[in-house]
Design a protein. Structure first.
Length: 94
């Protein structure tokens, strides 16, 4: 048995909405996340930056934090190190 226990991820409703849209295998363009969630761009940028800050999400090209302008031009990806835990968190909230 692995000595490191898996972190139980707790997401807010809007975070769940964002993560559900992201393709775990290939990522999803930020513009598509914006179009599909209908979350105001400033709030969406904050949600994505928060998920990036804790390491759950990454973006290509790499930014430490996305801006409202850059969000529409990046690919948002799930950090592979958290993919299993994020999928489990989505199942719990189904």
């Amino acid at each position: 048995m692995d000595m490191v226990s898996m972190k139980k991820i707790k997401l807010s409703g809007k975070e769940i909405a964002v993560v559900r849209i992201i393709n775990f295998a290939t990522g999803t363009p930020g513009s598509e996340i914006f179009d599909r969630t209908k979350i105001e761009i400033g709030e969406l940028t904050g949600i994505i930056n928060g998920l990036m800050d804790v390491g759950f999400l990454e973006c290509t090209p790499h930014y430490e934090n996305v801006t409202e302008e850059s969000l529409l031009n990046v690919m948002i990806e799930v950090n592979p190190g958290y993919a299993h835990e994020l999928k489990a968190a989505l199942i719990i909230h189904s």
